[in-house]
Design a protein around this ligand. Structure first.
Ligand SMILES: C[S@@+](CC[C@H](N)C(=O)[O-])C[C@H]1O[C@@H](n2cnc3c(N)ncnc32)[C@H](O)[C@@H]1O
Length: 230
């Protein structure tokens, strides 16, 4: 086992699968070939700064760094072991202009990170207890969001939280790199998610995809404060 393989093993176990020097490493999640991320430049062609929230092990960070070679990418996660892997993976792939932040996005004040042309928010919102508070804080840092999240179907919505409808989701094992920092989270209905975005000043929406996942329906949305133009 060479030095590189020893480091990959030391950081493991991995969720993310990756290839390097003709060998395949890691888990089963093919994050480096995820077209949810690689299609981002279709929607945001010019970005100087991008914020990625919930970066897991950095697979999407690598795609972003390659898609926007001159942009500064800031990637945030709440689990130190995910960030250690993300730092390793982005460095393995020679990504420049990438920096990382350890934050609990349920409560973090994001103002010190500055302004971003786009916030990439895939697989995070449905792991938060109060996603509307996160959206209102992140709204202070950007005018545009690219979101993939699981929502609650209308027929399963049982919990009204203020004006938002949805359901409580009991999170899995906290040792799983993909789970939340808390025991439960809130899945809003699609209508309530759009209302949360409106309440956070995002006024224009493009629903790009709607599909079924084991946890419920999922949606991909471009949300902007100004009318969106391709
Ligand atoms: C399901 S994974 C999604 C990862 C990646 N964005 C993707 O789409 O494949 C959720 C990620 O969000 C992070 N996360 C969950 N709750 C968080 C919180 N309150 N603060 C910061 N990160 C959190 C987890 O550590 C994990 O990396």
């Amino acid at each position: 086992m060479n030095h590189l393989e020893a480091e990959i093993a030391r950081l493991g176990p991995w969720v993310t699968r990756f290839d390097f020097a003709g060998k395949t490493f890691g888990g089963t999640y093919d994050a480096l070939n995820d077209d949810r991320v690689s299609r981002l430049p279709q929607f945001f062609s010019q970005c100087r700064r991008i914020l990625e929230v919930g970066c897991l092990e950095g697979g999407h960070t690598v795609i972003l760094s390659r898609a926007y070679p001159t942009a500064e990418i800031v990637a945030i996660d709440g689990k130190p072991e995910n960030l250690a892997k993300a730092k390793f993976l982005t460095s393995l792939y020679g990504c420049r202009k990438v920096s990382f932040g350890l934050e609990d996005l349920e409560t973090a004040d994001l103002s010190s990170y500055g302004r971003f042309e786009a916030v990439v928010c895939l697989g995070l919102l449905y792991h938060l207890e109060a996603p509307w508070t996160f959206l209102s804080r992140v709204s202070a840092q950007t005018d545009a969001m690219y979101i993939w999240t699981v929502v609650c179907s209308e027929s399963e919505a049982v919990v009204p939280v203020g004006k938002y409808r949805g359901r409580i989701f009991l999170e899995g094992d906290p040792a799983d790199p993909r789970t939340a920092l808390r025991k439960q989270s809130f899945f809003p209905t699609l209508g309530s998610l759009v209302q949360m975005l409106r309440d956070a000043s995002f006024l224009d929406f493009r629903v790009l995809n709607f599909e079924t996942t084991p946890n419920g329906p999922s949606v991909t949305i471009v949300a902007t404060k100004q009318p969106y133009r391709l």
